[in-house]
Design a protein around this ligand. Structure first.
Ligand code: SF4
Length: 759
């Protein structure tokens, strides 16, 4: 009998399937892949002083890693345990003791430390302050700290104060309280990490389908005819998805990758909690189409051109439920195959083959991530994916969907709670009508002026136009392009406030006047518990968990409202909230799609807003009730002669937190420059040779790492590769930075040895 909560289970074959095995070598001995059993043993070692607390976090908490979503060790897609090495590596951040505040009295030594070393010093226990000329920080009380910060915010006025929240571990309640507090203090100058990953997805989905999030659930992957990943590497970034992929394969799904690099983890994986896969591995991708960095729109347009030429549309769906196909048909007909091939980096035959797969599928799910979005034309890449999905009505029904997969636990909720410079709670546009309605709900006026996005805050800081920068978690210095520019910008802000659980490099930038550190609790320490929203729109409850508590750390939501009450004492009553349950009750009223959040009480409690499918029954919440095809022009991507396109990628890391020097999936070190073997040979380079990538922004010293990357394309790790990225290159519609660049490759070896190396 089918489980009504997991209807896809009935699609999977029983028993084992040797045709999917990678090899007969047990546990993939000798193959490059993560050793998850070693990760468990490492986590046991690291957390042995707090073993009980660590176990309670794993068994009762909602994971603070990626946005796949799990409560305790169970998810809503599959039976069996849900746990991965990202979560295990993050665990120590939640159980570690406080650092010794004396370490901060002189930051000179700290500035030489890497991010991992700073984190390992321990949790921030007390508010601390450093003034210009001080060698380091000294302890102050909360009262003094908040009086100082509130006074400066009040003096600055809303236009000269900026607020930013990270996505790591940040729950819905914090985002909601923060944006309400910032809006009470005046203006909409608040942004969060969702800006720099999936803002283009929200823009494109909203304009074409009327929704701003994934239309489907993970369960739709299993048994769909076609599962397509564009610019996404969930095997690394959301490791438990490999289990969903395994079950999809067992249910007969064809898995296809469109990417610049043949990601090894997406082609085969050893899934530790599936005995057959743990022993012999599982072949995942059936087809990989290698394309140029920035070639997505061309490749997808080529596939669309084939579908239109061969008349593979679902005519009934298109006629009844969409508009705009005629314009798209005209635009695509005008695109010459030669132009598409040059831009895409794929051949006409490959584009036609992919188009044929899409055209023949009865069901399909398209999943994409930052390989598609983090370009100045990120919205167009997403629009091209949606156009393809609409050709056959792959939305709003079982085993179909359009899914921007999120990398970090907070990002889905961050935007939906309104911690956004460009949107109110619920993703509503910032305009006078919505501002007035929000003002009525809260009992104070709300500005109808769009605020500065996170990159714009840094620009303002650089220009000397920001007096206060309040950052909850995150690390601008490592997350954004062009670190010297960001460093200079941070150093010009008179008051910087860093609210966090551990030290980060941005805290150590010399103060223009004052830097304040505020110690935060983790999500597991918040009285009353908190919620998080997963990629599949599931709002999950995580309770407060008994265990170690750190000094004077306070929940972030509480501090935001405390600050706002100090800045606007006349609003004291309206900015006083009893606790997180009261916040959830308010969220349910202000963000109606989150109704149900107020009923969540214990681990496993959840509500999936919108249900398993948005646009179910092909009802689109657009003005005309239809889905909209939109023509996608080809972006102007032309790699200058003699140069390469370089993209940044994740290795063994979470967010900017590098967790290992070597990526166990690819085998690449942090200084690796992934390069096509033929390109390397043409330059006389061998695996491991030192090289420098250089452009007008900066230089990156690395080593050749031969890999199946599309020719004339390179990949380097982020954030190290940020030195090559121009700070001003951002998409005009959503202000997402472009995490790609053009570079020259300079061999770092004495002249005259190239010929020998090439022999
Ligand atoms: S896949 Fe994501 S949600 Fe699941 S355990 Fe790993 S980090 Fe947590």
């Amino acid at each position: 009998m089918l489980n009504p909560r997991q209807p896809h289970r009935g699609r999977m074959k029983k028993g084992i399937d040797p045709s999917l095995w990678v090899s007969l070598k047990p546990f993939g001995i000798g193959e490059e892949h993560p050793n998850n059993f070693a990760e468990i043993s490492r986590a046991l070692r690291e957390n042995r002083d707090q073993a009980g607390f660590a176990w309670r976090i794993l068994s009762q908490g909602v994971c603070d890693g990626c946005a796949l979503g799990v409560a305790g060790l169970k998810d809503w897609t599959m039976d069996g345990p849900h746990l991965c090495n990202i979560r295990l590596r993050l665990l120590r951040l939640n159980t570690m003791p406080a650092l010794d505040p004396a370490l901060l009295t002189n930051v000179a030594a700290l500035r030489k430390m890497r991010g991992a070393e700073l984190r390992e010093l321990g949790r921030l226990p007390y508010p601390m302050v450093r003034r210009r000329g001080d060698a380091g920080f000294h302890r102050i009380g909360w009262e003094e700290a908040l009086t100082l910060v509130a006074g400066r915010i009040a003096a600055a006025g809303p236009g000269r104060a900026g607020f930013y929240l990270t996505s790591r571990g940040t729950p819905n309640e914090t985002y909601y309280a923060a944006q309400k507090a910032v809006r009470a203090m005046g203006g909409n100058q608040i942004d969060n990490a969702a800006r720099i990953c999936h803002a283009p997805s929200s823009v494109a989905l909203k304009s074409m389908l009327g929704v701003g999030a994934t239309t489907c659930s993970y369960g739709d992957w299993i048994g769909t005819d076609l599962l397509v990943f564009v610019g996404a590497n969930p095997a690394n970034n959301q490791p438990v998805t490999t289990k969903y992929m395994y079950y999809a394969k067992r249910a007969g799904t064809r898995m296809v990758l469109v990417n610049t690099y043949r990601e090894p983890g997406m082609e085969r994986y050893w899934i530790p909690s599936v005995p057959e896969s743990a022993l012999f591995g599982t072949k995942l991708a059936d087809d990989t189409f290698l394309i140029n960095t920035g070639g997505d729109a061309a490749f997808l347009n080529g596939a669309l051109k084939h579908i239109l030429e061969r008349n593979l549309l679902d005519h009934d769906f298109v006629a009844k439920h969409t508009t705009g196909l005629d314009e798209v048909r005209t635009a695509v007909a005008d695109l010459a195959w030669q132009t598409l091939e040059e831009q895409a980096g794929g051949s006409e035959a490959e584009m036609r083959a992919f188009g044929q797969m899409v055209g023949e599928a009865k069901t399909a799910v398209f999943v994409w991530s930052m390989g598609a979005t983090q370009h100045i034309f990120g919205e167009d890449n997403v629009r091209a994916i949606i156009n393809l999905g609409l050709t056959r009505g792959f939305v709003g029904r079982d085993r179909c969907g359009l899914m921007p997969i999120r990398g970090h636990s907070g990002v889905q909720g961050g935007a939906e709670m309104g911690a956004y410079a460009t949107a109110f709670p619920g993703g509503l546009p910032i305009n006078p009508e919505n501002a007035a309605a929000l003002g009525d709900a809260w009992g104070f006026p709300v500005s109808a002026q769009v605020g500065r996005t996170a990159p714009e805050m840094i620009d303002a800081a650089h220009a000397g136009e920001l007096d206060v920068l309040f950052s909850t978690g995150g690390n601008f210095l490592e997350a954004l392009p062009d670190p010297p520019y960001v460093d200079a910008a941070l150093g010009r802000v008179p008051l910087r406030v860093h609210q966090d659980i551990v030290l980060s490099s941005q805290m150590l930038v010399e103060p223009a006047e004052t830097v304040v550190l505020l110690p935060a609790t983790t999500r597991y320490e918040v009285p009353g518990g908190v919620t998080q929203t997963s990629t599949e729109r599931r709002i999950m409850f995580g309770p407060e968990i008994d265990g170690r508590r750190i000094g004077e750390a306070r929940p972030e939501w509480e501090v935001y409202l405390d600050l706002a009450r100090r800045v606007r004492p006349e609003l004291r009553d309206r900015l006083t909230v009893a606790g997180t349950q009261a916040l959830r009750e308010e969220i349910a009223k202000v963000v109606p799609m989150y109704d149900g959040i107020q009923t969540l009480r214990q681990t496993g409690d959840e509500v999936q807003y919108g249900g398993p499918h948005l646009c179910a029954g092909w009802n689109f919440p657009t003005a005309d009730g239809k889905a909209h095809f939109i023509p996608v022009p080809l972006p102007a991507v032309e790699v200058p002669a003699g140069m390469f396109a370089v993209a940044t990628r994740r290795g063994k890391q979470f967010n900017t937190m590098v967790q290992a020097e070597r990526d166990a999936i690819t085998g690449a070190g942090r200084d690796a420059v992934l390069m096509n073997p033929e390109d390397a040979a043409a330059l006389g380079l061998r695996d491991g040779d030192p090289i420098t990538l250089r452009n007008e922004t900066g230089a990156f010293a690395g080593r050749v790492f031969l890999a199946p990357v599309k020719s004339r394309n390179l990949q380097v790790h982020w954030p190290e590769g940020n030195v090559l990225l121009a700070h001003g290159r951002r998409s005009p519609a959503s202000d997402v930075p472009d995490y790609n660049a053009f570079v020259q490759v300079e061999p770092d070896r004495p002249a005259g040895t190239a010929a020998e190396a090439a022999d």
